[in-house]
Design a protein around this ligand. Structure first.
Ligand SMILES: NC(=O)c1ccc[n+]([C@@H]2O[C@H](COP(=O)([O-])OP(=O)(O)OC[C@H]3O[C@@H](n4cnc5c(N)ncnc54)[C@H](O)[C@@H]3O)[C@@H](O)[C@H]2O)c1
Ligand SMILES: O=c1ccn([C@@H]2O[C@H](COP(=O)(O)OP(=O)(O)O[C@H]3O[C@H](CO)[C@H](O)[C@H](O)[C@H]3O)[C@@H](O)[C@H]2O)c(=O)[nH]1
Length: 329
């Protein structure tokens, strides 16, 4: 069976491509390389192009007899989305709408979609279960929520089944292959703390110290990218036997403050992280921690790599081995 992975040359996409290929699936990647890296997918069949290019997507689906699409391609920075909301509605909602129309035209019946914990907004209960209210505090989360809604209606209208995976904070790197996190610019906490520890950046700025958390800094639930990759493969497999438009959280169930992340990076690297303290970043909720009970019970999802020391250690290995990230850009 053949799977089209949009955004497959990106961070989570490239790890998922490897998981799917290792498990015997035929995989094709479509990525416009806005953020992705050609080197991250090795010899996987690859098309450089945009998800909204209907002619190209139809051709790929036909040529490779695609029957499932795993859709990662998106703009995905919380802070940026607050300052450029229209770019986010265009990149995420409009382009996904075009992609879904193409998939319906191509007769595709299964989609796995990268949603996010950002759909919840400021939680009223921790850990957050899927039934929690969804009131995003930033345009990024709102675009992902709109896509979840579109997918639900597409199931009712066209029989296009979907699984939306609301992941919390992806981090870490592959244990054996030379792939890891390389966003340009990098805005995610764990790589930035590591780069500061390794002397590749002057310092790390902590965004906000006056949140109502144990030490005043934001709490997030960090999940190893390899656990996410496994979850995507499990979702692809569930769609073979289950119809509908389902939603699952993917987290590790434990929250860590920004200061705790810095402590772990200092322990793993044996170096001091130069830190400055700044204002809150627009759009950031104080605390996001998942309940992944539904994913465990219905998908069989059990995170095995997501201990924070393990996550940070794998990311440190990636950054030490690739001080400039992927070399091709
Ligand atoms: N990184 C996280 O912690 C996190 C958490 C929750 C959800 N997500 C979601 O997971 C997905 C992947 O995240 P990531 O961190 O791997 O991001 P990423 O930027 O590394 O990967 C996204 C990929 O999509 C490609 N792309 C973007 N727009 C495209 C388009 N119009 N056509 C073709 N390709 C396009 C980019 O070039 C990139 O390779 C995103 O949808 C993101 O919103 C990420
Ligand atoms: O230099 C930095 C960078 C981040 N942070 C803080 O660290 C925490 C984590 O920030 P990230 O930017 O690493 O991640 P986000 O929680 O903002 O967002 C990530 O997880 C979300 C889901 O929780 C989304 O899906 C999104 O795509 C993904 O980037 C936040 O409290 C942020 O304020 C800092 O203090 N300093």
């Amino acid at each position: 069976m053949a799977v089209l992975v949009t955004g497959g040359a990106g961070y989570i996409g490239s790890h998922t491509v490897q998981e799917l290929r290792t498990m015997g699936y035929e995989v094709v990647v479509l990525d416009n390389l806005r953020q992705g890296h050609r080197a991250a997918i090795f010899d996987t069949p690859f098309y450089e192009g945009d998800i909204s290019d209907q002619k190209l997507v139809l051709e790929i689906c036909k040529q490779h007899s695609i029957d499932t699409v795993v859709h990662f391609a998106a703009h995905s920075l919380v802070g940026e989305s607050v300052h450029e909301p229209l770019a986010y509605y265009e990149a995420n909602v409009c382009k996904t709408r075009n992609l879904l129309e193409t998939l319906v035209m191509a007769g595709i019946k299964r989609v796995v979609f990268s949603s996010t914990a950002a759909v919840y907004g400021e939680p009223t209960e921790i850990p957050i279960a899927e039934e929690h209210t969804t009131i995003p505090t930033n345009p990024y989360g709102d675009t992902k929520l709109a896509i979840e809604h579109m997918l639900s209606w597409c199931y009712q209208a066209y029989g296009l089944s979907s699984i939306s995976l609301r992941y919390f904070n992806a981090a870490g790197a592959h244990h054996t292959l030379p792939i890891g996190e390389d966003h340009r610019p990098e805005t995610h906490l764990i790589p930035l703390v590591i780069l500061a520890a390794l002397g590749k950046r002057d310092h790390l700025t902590v965004f906000g110290t006056d949140y109502e958390t144990t030490d005043g800094t934001c709490v997030r639930d960090y999940i190893h990218v390899l656990d996410l990759a496994t979850a995507h493969r499990l979702a692809v497999e569930r769609l073979m036997t289950h119809r509908g438009a389902e939603i699952f959280n993917l987290g590790n169930g434990k929250g860590f403050t920004v200061k705790e992340v810095i402590d772990v990076v200092e322990k793993v690297t044996g170096r001091t992280v130069p830190v400055t303290y700044g204002d809150r970043r627009a759009g950031d909720p104080a605390e996001l921690v998942a309940s992944s009970t539904k994913a465990r019970d219905m998908l069989g999802f059990i995170p095995i790599y997501s201990d924070l020391v393990n996550i940070v250690s794998s990311a440190v290995r990636w950054h030490q081995g690739h001080p400039n990230g992927y070399e091709e850009k």
